[in-house]
Design a binder for this molecule. Structure first.
Ligand SMILES: *Cc1c(COP(=O)(O)O)cnc(C)c1O
Ligand code: SF4
Length: 339
């Protein structure tokens, strides 16, 4: 496939992007630079952690650069297997905080509802890699209804965050019904959608989808751009469609070694988000999840970088640097004090 042939109308069709994802090691042969060991490594990694890359996201890579920040986020890497026998699948104890299938509740006032376990691109640094093993399942109506009933029975829950996997892979009709059912619960005041689609398959954000989402305002949209090169004209257009429909867009980046762990890259990421009216909300320290250890950056280094940015960068572009702690302790702000 010619990855750079991106002028066709098919290219802008998200279903085409989804169907034509690079999913097998042989699809990536062009990126191995003639190194057949690399193709073997990808095959081995994929047995534990599958991969899928939209042609759009693949086109953002420099195919000749093995350290390319886009490549690092989407191509299998043998280092993912380093802790296969020792790492923790669920260090945040999400599974222990799952009162009904799919619903994670670690805080009194808000909960996460997992709409699907599928993603357009499988981010190598994902902290829910444990779900990939389940294969791509379609969840039943009863599964969604179980989450709706749980929220209805718990009046303290005022905010529901629909996440995944990537919830925007659900058909519009399912999203419409699910968001509508949650919104109809009297104590649910606010909805949130968490999706990486604007970064990895922005053509999914079309008028029809936005038409569904905007019915359920106030609805916040949180996405994940990790590198300024992900903010392409297509991605900017996707964010603009949401924003002009009255849906605020915020960004939850993850601090990733080799991708964005230097102050210049972070500053450009935050500036670029702000130019597109996207609010930098969180910068996550990468969780100690099995298979992502090679992305983890020393917390002290992260704090130092953020401290360097404070006086130099507009407050509107500075996210909170946070560490997600197990269970109900939740997100802890990483910030030192100086008087
Ligand atoms: C991160 C998270 C939330 C949202 O937390 P905010 O700080 O409001 O963004 C909600 N539920 C779970 C389980 C989470 O992990
Ligand atoms: S889109 Fe989100 S859930 Fe899916 S692989 Fe990426 S980080 Fe994980």
């Amino acid at each position: 496939m010619d990855l750079l042939n991106n002028s066709s109308s098919e290219w802008l069709d998200w279903r085409w992007q989804y169907r034509n994802r690079l999913r097998r090691p042989e699809h990536l042969a062009g990126l191995a630079g003639g190194n057949s060991n690399l193709v073997d490594e990808w095959r081995r990694v994929a047995q534990s952690y599958p991969f899928a890359i939209t042609p759009y996201y693949a086109s953002l890579m420099d195919p000749t650069d093995r350290d390319d920040p886009i490549r690092l986020q989407c191509l299998p890497d043998i280092r993912e297997l380093a802790d296969i026998h020792t790492g923790q699948d669920d260090p945040l104890e999400e599974d222990r905080h799952t009162p009904v299938p799919g619903l994670i509740r670690r805080y009194p006032d808000r909960c996460l509802a997992l709409g699907t376990n599928r993603c357009a691109v499988y981010c190598r640094h994902c902290n829910r890699k444990r779900f990939w093993k389940q294969g791509s399942r379609r969840f039943s109506r009863a599964y969604f209804q179980g989450m709706i009933d749980h929220v209805a029975q718990n009046p303290a829950l005022r905010e529901v965050i629909v996440s995944g996997g990537d919830p925007l892979l659900l058909p519009e009709a399912t999203l419409d019904w699910f968001l509508g059912s949650m919104k109809a619960i009297p104590h649910v005041e606010v909805l949130r959608v968490g999706s990486r689609i604007p970064a990895v398959m922005p053509m999914r954000i079309n008028k029809k989808l936005v038409g569904v989402l905007k019915k359920y305002r106030p609805l916040w949209f949180n996405t994940q751009f990790n590198h300024p090169r992900e903010i392409t004209p297509e991605a900017a257009r996707a964010c603009d469609l949401l924003l002009t429909a009255g849906i605020p867009v915020s960004n939850q980046a993850v601090l990733l070694k080799g991708v964005n762990d230097d102050p210049e890259t972070l500053r450009e990421l935050f500036y670029s988000l702000q130019r597109n009216s996207v609010r930098p909300y969180y910068l996550f320290s990468c969780d100690p999840v099995k298979g992502v250890d090679h992305f983890r950056v020393d917390i002290r280094k992260g704090m130092e970088m953020m401290e360097q940015l404070w006086p130099r960068v507009s407050g509107l572009c500075l996210p909170r640097f946070v560490l997600d702690a197990p269970g109900e302790r939740g997100k802890i702000t990483l910030q030192s004090f100086s008087l």
